[in-house]
Design a protein around this ligand. Structure first.
Ligand code: SF4
Length: 400
């Protein structure tokens, strides 16, 4: 979500006549688009902004985004940063600086990747016990469908082949009576679109119709990310998640049988307060039972301002570290198994960078695996049918 919004912030500066450069280039203004999802992410955002200002005192440093939400961090923590721009104002920074007249429309996003992100909504009202997002981003708001279609058309016209649907909680998308599925069906018919990827979908939203749409669509990427967090019902209730282990498993199995070759990703939290050995083993059991291709494992860290910040029954740090390491290892084993199933197949790969080493390009399958394609004359942003020869533990290796 932050990446998608960063592209819109970049677009607002370009619309104001500026040039946007990568982080390691000289600049006059540096915008740090911050993240507060964990205490660690929050501290990193602030540390980077303050470090940048100390190192380049002549540059105007602006901290925007979640960390800039009033009340999230004390003002003293932001000392030295030139401007702090909270969420509602971050898409009109040039206007606030007097560099552009009143911007009425959201600027067209500018991406430096081959995949374009389409943020369809912002905010969340689910209030999971560990999550600060409902505080930093507020209640859910969806963008109007006509605006999204215009943006998607613009992206396709610019040559983007893959559009990634993002949001804070995309399954809650609503524009009057239209749901996320209505939006996807219209995007599916957009001339020139080649791939539509869904970033992540929460259970208890529109996961069932989404799976049906994915199984019918010619453009849906065969990858679904269903955040799990824990494989133990007591922990899910303590986390204030809206599903049980049984419901999660049923949805995952429905998706896997409806969409052949599907990549299945998830998020897990280790060491949430109250996670005893029984609960952790239940998580391991569920991970073992389902053919995940991608595990994001997050060690629990206390986040002030969340319900979990005050929960008792803390798990010792050493135990959290061990559990995290164990799940990461399980994730790699499962990823290897999934990736090996691609060997011998010929699959479309979207090329992201060319000649990373001579005559080798890198890209992604629709199942969300990275591929090194050995061959001459490939171009960035080209979809190349690639015959997969092997998996080296990090990449599929193949040739056109
Ligand atoms: S669904 Fe839960 S974890 Fe996701 S943004 Fe909303 S509150 Fe946070």
């Amino acid at each position: 979500m932050n990446q998608a919004e960063t592209a819109t912030i970049a677009g607002s500066f370009i619309a104001a006549g500026c040039t946007v450069v990568p982080p390691d280039h000289d600049c006059d203004i540096c915008v740090v688009h911050s993240c507060a999802v964990t205490a660690h992410a929050e501290a990193s955002s602030i540390r980077y902004a303050r470090w940048f200002k100390r190192r380049h005192p002549e540059v105007m440093v602006i901290l925007a985004g979640c960390v800039a939400t009033p009340g999230i961090v004390p003002a003293t923590a932001l000392h030295g940063i030139d401007h702090v721009v909270p969420q509602p104002d971050k898409f009109r920074i040039p206007e606030l600086l007097g560099m552009a007249s009143g911007q009425t429309d959201r600027a067209a996003p500018v991406f430096f990747t081959t995949r374009a992100l389409l943020p369809v909504q912002d905010g969340c009202a689910f209030r999971c016990a560990y999550c600060i997002v409902p505080t930093t981003r507020g209640a859910p708001r969806s963008r109007p469908m006509p605006q999204l279609l215009a943006e998607a058309r613009h992206l396709v016209h610019q040559g983007f082949k893959e559009i990634v649907i993002t949001g804070t909680n995309v399954g809650t998308y609503r524009d009057e009576h239209h749901t996320l599925i209505d939006l996807l069906m219209v995007l599916d018919d957009l001339p020139g679109i080649e791939r539509i990827r869904i970033s992540s979908i929460e259970l208890s939203t529109v996961e069932k119709p989404l799976i049906e749409w994915m199984s019918r669509s010619d453009h849906a990427c065969r990858y679904i990310h269903l955040p799990l967090q824990s494989g133990d019902n007591r922990m899910l209730a303590r986390m204030r998640r809206r599903y049980t282990v049984e419901q999660y498993r049923a949805i995952a199995e429905t998706a896997l049988s409806a969409i052949p070759g599907l990549g299945l990703g998830t998020d897990l939290i280790t060491g949430f307060p109250g996670e005893d050995e029984v609960a952790f083993q239940a998580t391991c059991g569920l991970i073992d039972a389902l053919p995940f291709s991608n595990l994001h494992v997050f060690p629990f860290s206390q986040r002030p301002g969340t319900v979990a910040g005050d929960l008792d029954n803390r798990v010792p740090q050493a135990t959290i570290r061990d559990r995290t390491r164990h799940l990461i290892e399980c994730g790699q084993t499962k990823r290897n198994t999934f990736a090996h199933q691609h060997v011998g197949q010929c699959l479309p790969v979207l090329i992201e960078s060319v000649d990373t080493v001579p005559d080798t390009s890198e890209g992604w399958t629709d199942t969300y695996l990275p591929v090194k394609v050995h061959g001459k004359g490939l171009s960035r942003n080209q979809i190349v049918k690639t015959c997969i020869d092997q998996w080296d533990g990090n990449h599929l290796l193949g040739h056109p």
